[in-house]
Design a protein around this ligand. Sequence first.
Ligand code: NAP
Length: 276
Amino acid sequence: MGSVTLPGGATVAALGQGTWQMGERRDLRTAEIAALRAGVEAGMTLIDTAEMYGEGAAETLIGEALGDRRDDLFIVSKAYPQNAGRERLPKACEASLRRLGTDRIDLYLLHWRGSVPFAETIDAMHALRDAGKIRYWGVSNLDRDDMAELVAAGGEDCAADQILYNLGRRGPEFDLLPWLDARQMAGMAYSPVEQGRLVGNAALQEIADALSATPAQVALAWLLRRKNLIAIPKAGTAAHVRENAGAADLHLDDDVLAALDRAFPAPSKPSRLEML
Ligand code: NAP
């Protein structure tokens, strides 16, 4: 499993596991727990969640599924923008810690930009870090101009920006990802298989067939070849998780990359960061 080193020095798995829409259905619970555990066994030890997901249900599922593996994990959670101020962030963090059944969140993100000034969120994140409640802090859904503002407000030690980025949404390659790379901030690609839609893409299927791989594996391997990028696919079954883990061993040569560029063209001009 490849890894990414965050600005603060932690080395984390480049291929992690998302949890949006997990933990919300009793009939899927056993399969979801098995999926998360299979992922950790395969080295996908970075687990992404948020207080928003099922209003805490995903965090509770992670605590239940992986409590005994806590020390092997790198847990990422996110706070709602309205909770990102000095009064509310400590409370939101405590609630996430309680649901996760842990004493620290490894990386705590502002989920998207709201009305709380960046400087106040940064101070609140630093206070949580100083108190040992979180190890690193970062953001999500911030475009390059927002990132520049964040840094100007005192956020030079932001560890990561989690963004919508996949083969079909290559906009961030034009300016945001190079901006993050230049500062050694990690990019985190969410919806890396476009919420399952890329798996049904005919051009991707053809490329995958020629490699004796699957479309999901090619989509993930394409992301993983970037040095500073973490991908966090969500999979609700152990079979999908194991398939996705196979992306870590899939090498895409120049011919394959060129075929992918033809099917999914790189951006030729700046575009606004998209959000799901
Ligand atoms: P995704 O990971 O691109 O896609 C998940 C969907 O793809 C699920 O329906 C899953 O089905 C299916 N899938 C996964 N692996 C597959 C495979 N090998 N073959 C066939 N289908 C497969 O989408 P996402 O959940 O939106 O994004 C991933 C994670 O990023 C989220 O879970 C969340 O943690 C994070 N996220 C963050 C933000 C943000 O604003 N920061 C926004 C969106 C997502 P099964 O469940 O049936 O396996």
